[in-house]
Ligand binder design. Structure first.
Ligand SMILES: Nc1ncnc2c1ncn2[C@@H]1O[C@H](COP(=O)(O)OP(=O)(O)O)[C@@H](O)[C@H]1O
Ligand SMILES: N[C@@H](CC(=O)OP(=O)(O)O)C(=O)O
Length: 811
């Protein structure tokens, strides 16, 4: 067989599984032969055979019944044709398992022998199928080709010997015969079976490509190529069309399971291209890995999953020379390699990441090596954290690292340790395994800026809530295009029903919500749903007017939600609740925005916050805070009409609450005033506010119907107030906050007042709200914010604004 222009074609396990898998593999090989290509096929064990063999072994070693499982295994292997003679391997497996069952013990050496049968079976089946479709094929047992050391389970090839054997074997093969070689398996000098480590078939293929000086290695798998992150974990991962060997190597080293860490070197040595292709999607060009380097450098995220973190703590190690060397020696003596080390991560401690299955062994080795140091109390503890994973951001500059890091913290994922490599721009984070899925998605969203997903739960679907949901759905595409933020409403709830959808609710939400079962556990259901589906960047929006709902704020915050509300209750409850909520927000690094609490869509709270936080001394805030009361007194003052006529008009226009006494009593204005006061760090309670109740005492207790039918009885009182004014003055119902603001408490007044018609307050029109903010620097000249201060549409817009602010903040 000549090797020029020869290609090594490797099929992964799933690409050889029963059904479409094996059919496609045969079709791919046939097509290549038809085209006259010269190929060598390397095959992994089919489907998840290796895992199944591992399980059979474990059963047998435990002394549990394994025979039925073995029969099922054999039946599956014998698919799709009885023509393949698999009897040798089946018998070998039966004998090996029987021996393990009797001894109740299994060495790594036996395990390699058992696992090797998987590849041998695959190659026999493949050869038989090729033969029956008219292709002359020859099954080759790689144990005749690759010579390794004796490190069972993870053996290293002895180059010179292996190459010699490979060349000798292939030189004898006729060029019309397709060699089908077992991946993964080899033999030591004593001819005992070894394996190259899990997922090692790629390595076999790249060794063969090297020895045979192949033109290309094509790796057929079940994904379209190499992605910016494992596509099983990150839906939005993008396929990388081309990678350099160095970049691929980096990814493999940091755990991208699609590449075996050792695969690249043999290819690099001989400059052999590697193509990752999808045997289930032949249209796709896959990923090409070559010596050409990409100028910009590639970014990707890789995960090491089966790892443990060892914490080596010793106060007495400060300044001692050679401790690291001793640690590494103790571990390397046991063939344990360390993938990440971080020094000084704990008090005089060292954190080490090792393979999970080696963790106990590693601790024992370290305890033995540092026995004396325990006596002298220089080392006081060596512990293991099992359920960890390492997420590496490859190509990550440290100067930008704060972006993904902050995003993790915002999502309540605190890495146990992180480190960076000196060569190459890589940062690795050790995190709890439970956080893995979410962490990889959060980092991916940040690093690739593709689109950051923001997951929103909307509580309350009344006028404001419903309008908001529709606004979000209508504008989601524009927000995605302009801001690269993907807004998803994953939950909608009212007091009775909950609608959840991981992919975001659709335009039909109202109808779907109605058809949901009634549940009383809305908030817990939603918190649990977000957890189960690893949803990131969570925002809870409260558009209810409910006093009860506010008690959910604390659980939501501790579950990782930022809050937005148009509901004022949380800010006007007792000061102690106000403080508790702020403390919880701080503790969980969450934010709470409520711009619409005062002045609906007007940018009021944000302005006051900015002024206050920048140290500007706000001395007074005064204004007409209520749209309905603005309308009432603007109209009543400007024309010669009875108060009751204006009030009836306001009721008819829907400007007031159904019972207008809720507006006239002044409580709503008072709540807004209290919210502003608390923005200035004043510790006022609602009871501190002097409220001028506009409802004459005789009308306070009557029924709604009675009140609405006797509006004319209010006229005398209001006409008297109007007439008692100075010339060119008008009535305005205002909130007024003043006093010594250096004290803890401000002076808060809600009252009907008379102002010159030419003043900003006096010239107010329609149902506009107005806010005058007096500060020390601005002196007598207040900052004035004026505009529509009510209405479902503007309020919903304001809530939407808060959501976008949070979404951007999370960057
Ligand atoms: N960056 C990545 N791009 C693509 N796949 C990845 C990546 N990281 C991890 N994977 C995983 O690698 C798997 C394919 O590799 P592997 O299972 O070894 O294939 P095969 O058995 O065909 O050799 C995918 O299912 C995916 O879960
Ligand atoms: N069958 C072996 C080797 C293997 O499957 O390699 P690959 O992932 O490259 O197909 C395993 O499952 O570990």
């Amino acid at each position: 067989m000549t090797h020029k222009k020869m290609k090594v074609i490797k099929f992964g396990g799933i690409s050889l599984s029963n059904g479409i898998g094996i059919d496609n593999a045969i079709a791919i090989i046939k097509k290549k032969i038809k085209k006259g290509e010269q190929i060598v096929v390397v095959a992994s064990a089919r489907g998840n055979t290796t895992d199944q063999l591992e399980q059979l072994l474990e059963k047998a070693a435990r002394g549990s019944a394994y025979k039925t499982a073995l029969e099922n295994f054999k039946e599956e292997q014998q698919q799709p044709t009885q023509n393949a003679d698999l009897s040798v391997e089946f018998l070998r497996l039966e004998n090996l398992l029987e021996a393990v069952f009797l001894l109740k013990d299994c060495s790594q050496k036996i395990k390699d022998e058992v696992l090797a049968q998987g590849e041998l079976l695959a190659v026999k089946m493949l050869t038989s199928l090729l033969e029956s479709s008219g292709i002359t094929a020859q099954a080759i047992d790689a144990r005749q080709l690759l010579v390794t050391d004796e490190n069972f389970g993870n053996a290293s090839p002895i180059e010179a010997l292996s190459k010699e054997k490979v060349l000798a074997c292939f030189n004898k093969i006729d060029k019309n015969v397709v060699p089908v070689v077992t991946g993964f398996i080899a033999a030591n000098i004593k001819n005992e079976t070894t394996t190259l480590g899990r997922n090692g078939s790629n390595y076999t293929a790249s060794l063969l490509a090297n020895y045979l000086a192949a033109e290309e290695l094509q790796n057929y798998t079940h994904v379209n190529g190499i992605y910016t992150a494992n596509p099983d974990l990150v839906k939005d991962a993008k396929k990388i069309a081309q990678l350099s060997f160095a970049e691929a190597n980096e990814m493999a080293n940091f755990g991208a399971t699609i590449l075996h860490a050792k695969t690249i070197t043999p290819l690099l040595e001989k400059n052999i291209n590697l193509r990752i292709l999808n045997s289930f999607n032949l249209e796709d060009q896959g990923t090409l890995i070559t010596s050409e380097s990409n100028q910009k450098g590639i970014k990707s995220i890789a995960v090491l999953n089966q790892v443990a973190l060892i914490n080596f703590e010793g106060r007495g190690l400060l300044g001692k020379v050679g401790v690291d060397a001793r640690i590494f020696k103790a571990l390397s003596d046991q063939q344990i390699s360390v993938s990440i080390i971080s020094q000084g991560s704990s008090e005089r401690g060292i954190g080490l990441v090792v393979d999970a299955e080696k963790a106990t062994e590693a601790v024992l080795a370290l305890e033995a090596a540092f026995e004396m140091d325990f006596y002298t109390k220089d080392v006081h503890r060596i512990s293991v954290i099992d359920d960890v994973a390492v997420v590496s951001i490859i190509g990550q500059d440290l100067n930008n690292f704060h972006h993904p890091f902050n995003a993790l913290i915002k999502n309540q994922i605190v890495p146990l340790l992180f480190n960076n490599t000196i060569t190459g721009k890589n940062v690795s984070l050790v995190i709890k395994k439970a956080d893995l899925h979410k962490a990889v998605n959060v980092i991916h969203g940040q690093v690739f800026g593709v689109a950051k997903k923001v997951n929103i739960a909307v509580f309350g679907k009344g006028l404001v809530g419903g309008t908001l949901i529709n606004q979000i759905l209508e504008n989601a595409k524009a927000v995605l295009d302009r801001r690269k933020i993907e807004l998803k409403i994953f939950a909608i709830a009212n007091s009775k029903q909950v609608l959840v959808n991981q992919d975001g609710v659709s335009k039909d939400w109202a109808h779907q919500l109605e058809n949901q079962e009634t549940t009383k556990l809305g908030v817990e259901t939603i918190i649990q749903f977000a957890k189960t589906h690893h949803l990131e960047n969570l925002i809870a929006v409260d558009n209810t007017a409910s006093a009860d709902f506010v008690s959910n704020y604390l659980p939501l915050v501790s579950a990782g939600f930022d809050l937005v509300s148009s509901n004022k209750i949380a800010n006007t409850n007792s000061f102690s609740f106000y403080k508790t909520l702020r403390e919880a927000l701080k503790e969980h690094k969450k934010e709470y925005l409520y711009e619409t609490n005062v002045g609906a869509g007007l940018p009021l709270i944000d302005t006051i916050k900015l002024l206050h936080e920048s140290g500007e001394n706000i001395t007074r805030i005064r204004g007409v805070f209520s749209g309905s009361l603005s309308y009432l007194f603007n109209k009543f003052s400007s024309a010669d009409i009875p108060f009751s006529t204006v009030l009836q008009e306001a009721i008819d226009l829907g400007y007031t609450e159904p019972d207008p006494r809720e507006d006239l009593c002044g409580n709503d204005v008072a709540r807004k005033l209290l919210i502003l006061a608390r923005e200035l760090d004043l510790e006022n309670e609602f009871e501190d506010i002097h409220i001028e109740n506009l409802i004459p005492p005789a009308f306070r207790e009557t029924s709604s119907a009675k009140f609405l039918s006797s509006l004319a009885d209010l006229n005398a009182v209001f006409t008297a107030k109007k007439q008692a004014q100075k010339e060119d003055h008008v009535l305005r119902y205002i909130g007024d906050l003043s006093g010594d603001l250096f004290q803890n408490k401000g002076h808060l007044d809600v009252k009907l007042t008379s102002v010159p018609v030419s003043s900003p307050l006096g010239s107010l029109k329609g149902s506009d709200a107005i806010f005058e903010i007096y500060t020390e620097s601005y002196g007598e000249q207040p900052i004035v914010i004026q505009g529509a201060g009510a209405g479902a549409k503007v309020t919903a817009r304001g809530v939407f604004g808060d959501i976008l602010r949070l979404a951007k903040n999370n960057n």
